[in-house]
Design a protein around this ligand. Structure first.
Ligand SMILES: [Zn+2]
Length: 349
């Protein structure tokens, strides 16, 4: 009896899969990304991107990557709005025109920013990656190679910038490397050619270095007066306090909006981590005196994110994987959206 039941169930399963198949299920092949998968279905991938993600969210790694060999549901095409080839080409050309001029900073292979939504329209973000120029930040050794904090903080910051831009934000990348771009390598080569926004040479002296970025952010902040503005500082430092905590989000103790930003990102990370391990993120106020200078002197509401410890073996595994850096950036961006959508508290900070 049991056997018969099983056969019937399996038969039903098979026919359901077949039925879905003939409707809108495709199997991801080697090398497929979401965009190429949608394009193969004759769709305009940019129009269907968000819907595809929400339909398949449980089946995506870091909510953006396909698993080879798995089946994916394809959003229904509305025949009235199916883009003809010509308009797809036009659209992508237009994107490239805007992007290659404005976002060359992401590097040749990553310069194109696809518009995913307008969720962050008119919001302004200042992104500061820790250290840079003559100061590599924390250093570590990995299989005979040197790792420098500033390179990893910068890569995550660029990925975050790209995410925020794709949701319509105005983004200022304050520490900039003219030729690094987003890098998909595990070992990020160390260089010293980073400059500060406005092509300014980064001073070696620590106080001068911090003052330079504070001044740049504050000048832009007053230029953008009246807009929703936030500052996000990213480090991959060596001073994590607790054990089993991956990411720290700090804010100024007196800043309600800074606190809300830190907590929004913190909440997003907790949600993402929930499945695997709780308590891997932490939010709190500042203690570190050096960082305090930046936190105290900058005008926009801000959060200071510390993504692990570059000298910690477990953290290295996480930070060296480019997919993980992408996931971290994506999660931060989701927290940033959460923060923006809940609005501003009061008028200052
Ligand atoms: Zn640092």
């Amino acid at each position: 009896m049991k056997g018969v039941f099983c056969v019937i169930t399996c038969f039903l399963c098979a026919s359901i899969i077949l039925a879905q198949d003939s409707l809108a299920v495709v199997t991801a092949e080697k090398g497929d990304g979401i965009l190429s998968l949608l394009r193969k279905q004759g769709m305009n991938p940019y129009d269907a991107y968000d819907e595809f993600i929400s339909m398949n969210i449980d089946n995506l790694r870091d909510s953006v990557h396909l698993y080879e060999g798995r089946n994916y549901r394809i959003p229904k095409m509305n025949l009235d709005t199916v883009a003809i080839v010509d308009s797809i080409q036009k659209k992508s050309t237009k994107i490239k025109e805007i992007v290659s001029e404005e976002f060359a900073i992401f590097g040749k292979d990553h310069a194109t920013v696809l518009s995913k939504s307008e969720k962050l329209k008119d919001a302004v973000y200042y992104l500061v990656s820790g250290h840079g120029g003559p100061d590599p930040g924390a250093m570590a050794n990995y299989g005979g190679k040197s790792l420098a904090e500033d390179e990893y903080a910068y890569d995550i910051t660029l990925r975050l910038a790209k995410e925020l831009l794709s949701h319509g934000a105005i983004v200022y990348v304050i520490i900039r490397d003219p030729n690094d771009g987003i890098r998909n390598a595990r070992i990020l080569e160390i260089d010293r050619d980073e400059v500060a926004y406005g092509n300014k040479v980064i001073p070696l002296n620590q106080t001068a270095r911090l003052r330079q970025r504070v001044d740049i952010v504050n000048q832009l902040h007053s230029k953008n007066r009246g807009k929703f503005q936030r500052l996000i500082v990213t480090h991959v430092d060596s001073r994590s306090v607790g054990q089993n905590i991956d990411v720290f989000f700090y804010h100024h103790e007196k800043s309600k909006n800074g606190k809300k930003l830190a907590e929004s990102i913190h909440k997003t990370f907790q949600r993402k981590y929930k499945k695997y391990q709780p308590n891997r993120t932490y939010t709190g106020t500042f203690q570190d005196r050096t960082s305090l200078y930046l936190v105290k002197k900058t005008h926009p509401a801000m959060t200071f994110i510390e993504i692990g410890n570059i000298r910690n073996k477990k953290d290295q595994r996480r930070i060296l994987d480019p997919d993980n850096r992408q996931a971290l950036a994506k999660w931060i961006s989701e927290g940033v959206i959460l923060d923006f959508e809940s609005g501003e508290i009061g008028r200052i900070r």
